[in-house]
Write a protein that binds this ligand. Structure first.
Ligand SMILES: Cc1ncc(C[n+]2csc(CCOP(=O)(O)OP(=O)(O)O)c2C)c(N)n1
Length: 350
């Protein structure tokens, strides 16, 4: 796929244009609704953090097309290994909003997908989810299952050993795994050009004799098309979606310290939601009034989800020692006892 940010969605290449024609009206509208809902969700979460309701949040504004387009191409049988920034993926595959909000509220319930979902808890240690996705794909292959595993990660993750080990293993064993990199240009404050001698992430696949695509990650149709194609291969594929987070790395970051206003302005002009909205409006799929009405419904759902989450008690410090080890190692047992002793003398509430 060529990258051309200036063309409208669906007109990226001849393939892109014809892909639009293959879609049912329902699919076209679904993509628009998802993009808009994810944006509303994301903005609300930033506000929620600013109100002091949660400690931190990793915004995805600007990356919605990469997340919605890729997740929309997946099947219920697929295993999804997200990083911490995949709220748009979660939303698209049907993880309830309450669950995503709970994750960011530090509540353990936010790490439990509803029954039947193969969506593992978001990973914060960079790139560790890649070898895990390879393991899941290997298990699926051995069991003769038809789904794939997909690992989501950023450009910074490609500088980790786990990235290379995962690609190598997947290729050697020819496993049905998609490596989906959202290259948003930065690993916190470090630009891609300062952490990689290769000009692109996609070209690294050649070293592992693996198929790769580089796609305009701000074109929801192009992303959907590429992931659908890659998924059909049932083989390892590396996808690099070129995108940009228009906000900060997290709410604890000040991106103006390392990015120019001019750079941000250029990317705001490539806004993935605006591009797709313009296409749908010009095709007469719906009008602006309908969009506004739908936004109102999503906002009400969000209000309900937030009220629901507020009913939960915050996790207590002793919860830190649960859910990781079946048998807690000695070193952690000592820390557990220490935390429990603070509770005994009343200095913290456990
Ligand atoms: C193993 C590890 N090292 C360092 C960190 C600290 N850290 C958190 S986010 C981040 C940058 C990740 O950048 P990228 O992979 O491009 O993802 P993005 O946040 O842009 O989506 C780093 C270095 C971490 N979480 N895990």
């Amino acid at each position: 796929m060529l990258i051309n940010h200036l063309l409208p969605c669906g007109a990226l290449t001849d393939d892109g244009a014809s892909f639009w024609l293959t879609l049912r009206e329902q699919e076209k509208l679904d993509l628009l609704r998802l993009l808009r809902s994810v944006r509303l969700f994301d903005r609300r979460m930033v506000l929620w953090q600013r109100q002091g309701k949660i400690g931190t949040y990793a915004p995805i504004e600007g990356q919605e097309a990469a997340q919605v387009g890729s997740a929309y191409a997946l099947d219920k049988t697929d295993w999804i290994f997200p990083s911490y920034r995949e709220q748009g993926v979660a939303y698209t595959v049907g993880i309830p909003m309450t669950s995503v909000i709970q994750y960011w509220s530090g509540q353990i319930e936010g790490c439990k997908p509803p029954a039947g979902y193969r969506y593992v808890p978001p990973t914060v240690p960079i790139a560790t989810q890649l070898p895990q996705a390879v393991g899941a794909a290997w298990a699926m292959k051995k069991r003769g299952e038809t789904g794939i595993a997909i690992a989501y990660f950023g450009d910074g993750a490609t500088s980790e050993g786990d990235f290379h080990e995962a690609l190598n293993f997947a290729s050697v064993y020819d496993l049905p795994v998609l490596f989906f990199c959202q290259n948003n240009g930065y690993a916190i404050s470090v630009p891609f050009s300062e952490q990689s001698a290769s000009k692109t992430v996609a070209e690294r696949a050649a070293a592992y004799d693996m198929d790769a695509y580089q796609v305009d990650g701000n074109d929801v149709l192009a992303v959907y098309d590429v992931v659908k194609t890659a998924r059909g291969k049932q083989r390892p594929v590396l996808i690099e979606a070129i995108t940009y987070r228009t906000g900060a790395h997290t709410t604890a970051d000040d991106a103006s310290r390392y990015r120019s206003e001019e750079e941000v302005r250029i990317w705001l002009n490539r806004d993935p939601l605006y591009r797709y909205e313009q296409l749908c409006l010009s095709e007469g799929l719906l009008d602006e009034d309908e969009l506004i009405q739908e936004d109102g419904q999503v906002t009400k759902q969000l209000d309900r989800a937030i009220r629901e989450v507020e009913k939960y008690q915050p996790n207590l410090p002793m919860g830190l020692f649960q859910h990781v080890y079946h048998q807690i190692p000695e070193c952690l047992k000592k820390q557990q006892e220490e935390v429990a002793s603070y509770a005994d003398n009343g200095s913290i509430h456990c």
